[in-house]
Ligand binder design. Structure first.
Ligand code: NAD
Length: 299
Protein backbone atom coordinates (compact mmCIF):
# COMPACT_ATOMS: atom_id res chain seq x y z
CA UNK A 1 0.00 0.00 0.00
CA UNK A 2 1.36 3.41 -0.94
CA UNK A 3 2.44 6.31 1.26
CA UNK A 4 0.18 9.36 1.27
CA UNK A 5 1.21 12.82 2.46
CA UNK A 6 -1.95 14.49 3.80
CA UNK A 7 -1.74 18.25 4.32
CA UNK A 8 -4.63 20.22 5.84
CA UNK A 9 -6.29 18.21 8.59
CA UNK A 10 -9.28 20.39 9.49
CA UNK A 11 -12.96 19.52 9.62
CA UNK A 12 -12.76 17.71 6.28
CA UNK A 13 -9.11 16.70 5.92
CA UNK A 14 -8.89 15.19 9.42
CA UNK A 15 -11.54 12.48 8.95
CA UNK A 16 -10.44 11.88 5.34
CA UNK A 17 -6.87 11.20 6.48
CA UNK A 18 -8.16 8.86 9.21
CA UNK A 19 -10.10 6.88 6.61
CA UNK A 20 -6.89 6.42 4.63
CA UNK A 21 -5.15 5.07 7.75
CA UNK A 22 -8.08 2.68 8.29
CA UNK A 23 -7.80 1.53 4.67
CA UNK A 24 -4.16 0.57 5.24
CA UNK A 25 -2.30 3.51 3.66
CA UNK A 26 0.78 4.89 5.41
CA UNK A 27 -0.25 8.48 6.05
CA UNK A 28 2.32 11.21 6.71
CA UNK A 29 0.34 14.12 8.06
CA UNK A 30 0.94 17.84 8.45
CA UNK A 31 -1.15 20.83 9.51
CA UNK A 32 -0.18 24.29 10.76
CA UNK A 33 -2.42 23.55 13.74
CA UNK A 34 -0.89 21.11 16.23
CA UNK A 35 -4.39 20.32 17.55
CA UNK A 36 -5.62 19.28 14.10
CA UNK A 37 -2.46 17.22 13.60
CA UNK A 38 -2.79 15.38 16.89
CA UNK A 39 -6.38 14.27 16.13
CA UNK A 40 -5.04 12.40 13.12
CA UNK A 41 -1.81 11.07 14.61
CA UNK A 42 -3.82 9.64 17.54
CA UNK A 43 -5.50 7.45 14.90
CA UNK A 44 -2.26 6.12 13.44
CA UNK A 45 -1.01 8.76 11.00
CA UNK A 46 2.69 9.69 11.20
CA UNK A 47 3.34 13.35 12.09
CA UNK A 48 5.62 15.27 9.73
CA UNK A 49 7.55 18.41 10.75
CA UNK A 50 6.49 20.31 7.62
CA UNK A 51 4.40 19.91 4.48
CA UNK A 52 7.53 19.47 2.37
CA UNK A 53 8.88 16.80 4.74
CA UNK A 54 5.59 14.89 4.46
CA UNK A 55 5.53 15.14 0.67
CA UNK A 56 9.20 14.42 -0.07
CA UNK A 57 8.89 10.66 0.34
CA UNK A 58 5.22 10.17 -0.59
CA UNK A 59 3.71 8.36 -3.57
CA UNK A 60 0.60 10.55 -3.37
CA UNK A 61 0.13 14.06 -1.94
CA UNK A 62 -3.35 15.14 -0.87
CA UNK A 63 -4.13 18.71 0.19
CA UNK A 64 -7.34 19.94 1.86
CA UNK A 65 -6.91 23.67 2.44
CA UNK A 66 -9.14 26.71 2.86
CA UNK A 67 -8.65 28.67 -0.39
CA UNK A 68 -6.73 29.12 -3.65
CA UNK A 69 -3.99 31.29 -2.11
CA UNK A 70 -3.13 28.50 0.34
CA UNK A 71 -3.01 25.90 -2.43
CA UNK A 72 -0.85 28.08 -4.72
CA UNK A 73 1.45 29.02 -1.84
CA UNK A 74 1.95 25.45 -0.71
CA UNK A 75 2.56 23.84 -4.12
CA UNK A 76 4.46 26.68 -5.79
CA UNK A 77 6.35 28.08 -2.79
CA UNK A 78 7.95 31.53 -2.88
CA UNK A 79 11.35 33.16 -3.38
CA UNK A 80 12.28 32.30 0.20
CA UNK A 81 10.50 28.97 0.63
CA UNK A 82 10.34 25.77 -1.38
CA UNK A 83 6.99 24.54 -2.60
CA UNK A 84 5.75 20.94 -2.77
CA UNK A 85 6.54 20.86 -6.51
CA UNK A 86 10.20 21.47 -5.64
CA UNK A 87 10.52 18.53 -3.27
CA UNK A 88 8.30 15.65 -4.45
CA UNK A 89 9.86 12.68 -6.20
CA UNK A 90 9.39 11.64 -9.81
CA UNK A 91 5.97 10.08 -10.41
CA UNK A 92 4.36 11.48 -7.25
CA UNK A 93 0.63 12.03 -7.82
CA UNK A 94 -0.72 15.37 -6.57
CA UNK A 95 -4.39 15.68 -5.57
CA UNK A 96 -5.97 18.86 -4.23
CA UNK A 97 -9.39 18.29 -2.62
CA UNK A 98 -9.92 21.91 -1.49
CA UNK A 99 -12.70 24.02 -3.03
CA UNK A 100 -10.80 26.81 -4.80
CA UNK A 101 -11.00 28.95 -7.94
CA UNK A 102 -10.48 27.00 -11.14
CA UNK A 103 -7.73 29.39 -12.23
CA UNK A 104 -5.53 28.49 -9.24
CA UNK A 105 -6.10 24.79 -9.94
CA UNK A 106 -5.10 25.27 -13.60
CA UNK A 107 -2.01 27.31 -12.63
CA UNK A 108 -0.73 24.65 -10.23
CA UNK A 109 -1.55 21.87 -12.72
CA UNK A 110 0.42 23.66 -15.46
CA UNK A 111 3.47 24.11 -13.18
CA UNK A 112 3.23 20.47 -12.14
CA UNK A 113 3.09 19.40 -15.78
CA UNK A 114 6.29 21.35 -16.51
CA UNK A 115 7.94 19.06 -13.95
CA UNK A 116 6.33 15.93 -15.42
CA UNK A 117 3.88 15.56 -12.52
CA UNK A 118 0.13 14.83 -12.58
CA UNK A 119 -2.05 17.24 -10.58
CA UNK A 120 -5.74 16.46 -10.10
CA UNK A 121 -8.25 18.96 -8.71
CA UNK A 122 -10.73 16.86 -6.74
CA UNK A 123 -13.12 19.03 -4.70
CA UNK A 124 -15.68 17.11 -2.69
CA UNK A 125 -19.36 17.10 -1.97
CA UNK A 126 -20.82 15.41 1.11
CA UNK A 127 -19.68 17.64 3.98
CA UNK A 128 -18.13 16.61 7.27
CA UNK A 129 -20.57 13.69 7.69
CA UNK A 130 -19.50 12.30 4.30
CA UNK A 131 -15.84 12.84 5.17
CA UNK A 132 -16.23 10.85 8.41
CA UNK A 133 -18.30 8.09 6.79
CA UNK A 134 -16.01 7.77 3.76
CA UNK A 135 -18.90 8.51 1.40
CA UNK A 136 -17.71 11.73 -0.25
CA UNK A 137 -18.28 12.50 -3.90
CA UNK A 138 -15.05 13.55 -5.63
CA UNK A 139 -15.46 15.80 -8.67
CA UNK A 140 -12.17 15.61 -10.55
CA UNK A 141 -10.40 17.69 -13.15
CA UNK A 142 -7.17 16.61 -14.82
CA UNK A 143 -5.77 14.23 -17.41
CA UNK A 144 -7.13 10.70 -17.97
CA UNK A 145 -3.86 9.36 -16.55
CA UNK A 146 -4.10 11.50 -13.41
CA UNK A 147 -7.75 10.59 -12.85
CA UNK A 148 -7.07 6.91 -13.28
CA UNK A 149 -4.09 7.02 -10.88
CA UNK A 150 -6.17 8.90 -8.28
CA UNK A 151 -9.00 6.38 -8.15
CA UNK A 152 -7.51 3.96 -5.61
CA UNK A 153 -6.82 6.53 -2.93
CA UNK A 154 -10.02 8.53 -3.55
CA UNK A 155 -12.14 5.38 -3.38
CA UNK A 156 -10.84 4.84 0.16
CA UNK A 157 -12.45 8.15 1.19
CA UNK A 158 -15.52 8.34 -1.02
CA UNK A 159 -18.46 6.63 -2.64
CA UNK A 160 -18.61 8.46 -5.99
CA UNK A 161 -15.89 9.62 -8.37
CA UNK A 162 -16.49 11.79 -11.41
CA UNK A 163 -14.07 12.97 -14.09
CA UNK A 164 -15.53 16.36 -15.07
CA UNK A 165 -12.83 17.20 -17.64
CA UNK A 166 -9.38 18.82 -17.81
CA UNK A 167 -7.64 20.72 -15.02
CA UNK A 168 -10.02 23.10 -13.22
CA UNK A 169 -13.14 21.26 -14.44
CA UNK A 170 -13.65 19.65 -11.04
CA UNK A 171 -13.72 23.09 -9.42
CA UNK A 172 -16.13 24.47 -12.01
CA UNK A 173 -18.54 21.52 -11.61
CA UNK A 174 -18.39 21.84 -7.82
CA UNK A 175 -19.33 25.55 -7.79
CA UNK A 176 -22.07 25.03 -10.41
CA UNK A 177 -23.58 22.45 -8.03
CA UNK A 178 -23.26 24.65 -4.94
CA UNK A 179 -24.72 27.67 -6.75
CA UNK A 180 -27.74 25.55 -7.69
CA UNK A 181 -27.99 24.19 -4.14
CA UNK A 182 -28.04 27.70 -2.64
CA UNK A 183 -30.79 28.80 -5.00
CA UNK A 184 -32.86 25.71 -4.18
CA UNK A 185 -32.37 26.30 -0.45
CA UNK A 186 -33.48 29.93 -0.64
CA UNK A 187 -36.48 29.16 -2.86
CA UNK A 188 -37.56 26.22 -0.69
CA UNK A 189 -37.29 28.39 2.43
CA UNK A 190 -39.43 31.23 1.08
CA UNK A 191 -42.03 28.78 -0.28
CA UNK A 192 -42.42 26.93 3.02
CA UNK A 193 -42.63 30.19 4.97
CA UNK A 194 -45.32 31.55 2.64
CA UNK A 195 -47.32 28.36 3.26
CA UNK A 196 -46.91 28.79 7.04
CA UNK A 197 -47.98 32.44 6.77
CA UNK A 198 -51.21 31.18 5.18
CA UNK A 199 -51.80 28.69 7.98
CA UNK A 200 -50.41 25.54 6.34
CA UNK A 201 -48.59 22.84 8.31
CA UNK A 202 -44.99 22.89 6.96
CA UNK A 203 -44.79 19.07 7.24
CA UNK A 204 -47.88 18.62 5.07
CA UNK A 205 -46.74 21.31 2.62
CA UNK A 206 -43.29 19.71 2.36
CA UNK A 207 -44.82 16.28 1.65
CA UNK A 208 -46.97 17.82 -1.10
CA UNK A 209 -44.09 19.68 -2.74
CA UNK A 210 -41.72 16.70 -2.48
CA UNK A 211 -43.85 14.69 -4.92
CA UNK A 212 -44.98 17.69 -6.98
CA UNK A 213 -43.12 19.69 -9.59
CA UNK A 214 -41.26 21.76 -6.95
CA UNK A 215 -39.62 18.64 -5.48
CA UNK A 216 -35.86 19.00 -4.96
CA UNK A 217 -32.93 17.76 -2.84
CA UNK A 218 -33.44 20.29 -0.02
CA UNK A 219 -37.05 19.09 0.46
CA UNK A 220 -36.07 15.42 0.22
CA UNK A 221 -32.97 15.43 2.39
CA UNK A 222 -32.38 18.75 4.15
CA UNK A 223 -35.63 20.53 4.97
CA UNK A 224 -34.78 24.05 6.28
CA UNK A 225 -37.91 24.42 8.47
CA UNK A 226 -37.35 23.32 12.09
CA UNK A 227 -39.40 20.29 13.14
CA UNK A 228 -40.24 19.01 9.66
CA UNK A 229 -37.42 16.47 9.36
CA UNK A 230 -35.37 14.65 11.99
CA UNK A 231 -31.57 14.48 11.96
CA UNK A 232 -31.01 17.60 9.85
CA UNK A 233 -29.43 20.87 11.06
CA UNK A 234 -32.79 22.76 11.06
CA UNK A 235 -33.98 20.48 13.86
CA UNK A 236 -30.77 21.09 15.82
CA UNK A 237 -30.72 24.92 15.90
CA UNK A 238 -28.83 24.80 12.59
CA UNK A 239 -25.69 23.34 14.19
CA UNK A 240 -23.36 21.06 12.18
CA UNK A 241 -23.80 20.60 8.44
CA UNK A 242 -22.41 23.10 5.91
CA UNK A 243 -21.53 26.53 7.28
CA UNK A 244 -23.00 29.74 5.86
CA UNK A 245 -19.44 31.13 5.60
CA UNK A 246 -18.44 28.25 3.32
CA UNK A 247 -21.52 28.76 1.15
CA UNK A 248 -20.62 32.46 0.90
CA UNK A 249 -17.13 31.44 -0.20
CA UNK A 250 -18.45 29.05 -2.87
CA UNK A 251 -20.96 31.63 -4.14
CA UNK A 252 -18.13 34.16 -4.41
CA UNK A 253 -16.17 31.62 -6.48
CA UNK A 254 -19.21 30.98 -8.70
CA UNK A 255 -19.71 34.70 -9.33
CA UNK A 256 -16.00 35.14 -10.16
CA UNK A 257 -16.30 32.22 -12.57
CA UNK A 258 -19.42 33.75 -14.14
CA UNK A 259 -17.56 37.02 -14.76
CA UNK A 260 -14.65 35.20 -16.39
CA UNK A 261 -16.93 33.31 -18.79
CA UNK A 262 -19.41 36.18 -19.27
CA UNK A 263 -22.18 33.84 -18.06
CA UNK A 264 -25.51 35.21 -16.87
CA UNK A 265 -26.19 33.90 -13.34
CA UNK A 266 -28.83 36.20 -11.81
CA UNK A 267 -30.14 33.57 -9.39
CA UNK A 268 -26.63 32.78 -8.15
CA UNK A 269 -25.90 36.50 -7.72
CA UNK A 270 -29.07 36.99 -5.69
CA UNK A 271 -28.38 33.89 -3.58
CA UNK A 272 -24.88 35.20 -2.86
CA UNK A 273 -26.24 38.54 -1.77
CA UNK A 274 -28.81 36.88 0.52
CA UNK A 275 -26.18 34.60 2.07
CA UNK A 276 -23.69 37.47 2.56
CA UNK A 277 -26.41 39.43 4.36
CA UNK A 278 -27.27 36.36 6.46
CA UNK A 279 -23.60 35.92 7.42
CA UNK A 280 -23.32 39.61 8.36
CA UNK A 281 -26.14 39.12 10.84
CA UNK A 282 -23.95 36.70 12.81
CA UNK A 283 -24.97 33.42 11.14
CA UNK A 284 -21.64 32.60 9.48
CA UNK A 285 -20.89 29.55 11.59
CA UNK A 286 -24.44 28.09 11.37
CA UNK A 287 -25.66 25.62 8.78
CA UNK A 288 -26.64 27.12 5.40
CA UNK A 289 -30.28 26.00 5.80
CA UNK A 290 -30.59 28.69 8.52
CA UNK A 291 -31.31 31.10 5.61
CA UNK A 292 -34.89 30.01 6.39
CA UNK A 293 -34.81 32.44 9.33
CA UNK A 294 -34.47 35.38 6.92
CA UNK A 295 -38.05 34.66 5.83
CA UNK A 296 -39.73 34.11 9.20
CA UNK A 297 -40.00 36.39 12.18
CA UNK A 298 -36.55 35.41 13.53
CA UNK A 299 -34.84 36.83 10.43
P1 NAD B 1 -10.78 23.86 7.99
O1 NAD B 1 -10.55 25.32 8.16
O2 NAD B 1 -11.46 23.10 9.07
O3 NAD B 1 -9.37 23.11 7.68
C1 NAD B 1 -8.34 23.66 6.91
C2 NAD B 1 -7.03 23.23 7.55
O4 NAD B 1 -5.96 23.62 6.71
C3 NAD B 1 -6.79 23.88 8.91
O5 NAD B 1 -6.57 22.88 9.89
C4 NAD B 1 -5.53 24.75 8.68
O6 NAD B 1 -4.69 24.81 9.83
C5 NAD B 1 -4.88 24.00 7.55
N1 NAD B 1 -3.93 24.79 6.76
C6 NAD B 1 -4.11 25.99 6.18
N2 NAD B 1 -3.00 26.36 5.50
C7 NAD B 1 -2.10 25.36 5.66
C8 NAD B 1 -0.78 25.14 5.20
N3 NAD B 1 -0.14 26.02 4.43
N4 NAD B 1 -0.16 24.00 5.56
C9 NAD B 1 -0.78 23.09 6.33
N5 NAD B 1 -2.03 23.23 6.80
C10 NAD B 1 -2.69 24.36 6.47
O7 NAD B 1 -11.57 23.73 6.61
P2 NAD B 1 -12.47 22.47 6.10
O8 NAD B 1 -13.87 22.64 6.55
O9 NAD B 1 -11.71 21.22 6.40
O10 NAD B 1 -12.46 22.75 4.53
C11 NAD B 1 -11.32 22.48 3.74
C12 NAD B 1 -11.70 22.67 2.28
O11 NAD B 1 -12.80 21.80 1.99
C13 NAD B 1 -12.18 24.09 1.95
O12 NAD B 1 -11.67 24.43 0.68
C14 NAD B 1 -13.69 23.97 1.94
O13 NAD B 1 -14.32 24.92 1.10
C15 NAD B 1 -13.87 22.54 1.41
N6 NAD B 1 -15.13 21.88 1.80
C16 NAD B 1 -15.59 21.95 3.09
C17 NAD B 1 -16.79 21.31 3.43
C18 NAD B 1 -17.31 21.35 4.84
O14 NAD B 1 -18.47 20.98 5.05
N7 NAD B 1 -16.51 21.76 5.82
C19 NAD B 1 -17.51 20.63 2.44
C20 NAD B 1 -17.00 20.55 1.14
C21 NAD B 1 -15.80 21.19 0.83
Amino acid sequence: MSTVAFIGLGNMGGPMAINLVKAGFTVKAFDLSSVALSHVTEQGAIPAPSACAAAASADVVITMLPAGKHVRGLYLGSDSEKGLLDVVGEGTLLIDCSTIDADSARTVAAKAKEKGLEFVDAPVSGGTAGAAAGTLTFICGGSDVGFSQAQGVLNAMGANLFHAGDSGAGQVAKICNNMLLSVLMVATSESIQMGIDHGLDPKVLSEIMKVSSGGNWTLNKYNPCPGVMENVPSSNDYQGGFMVDLMVKDLGLSQEAALLSNSSTPMGALARSLYVNHARKGNGARDFSSIFEQFNKKG
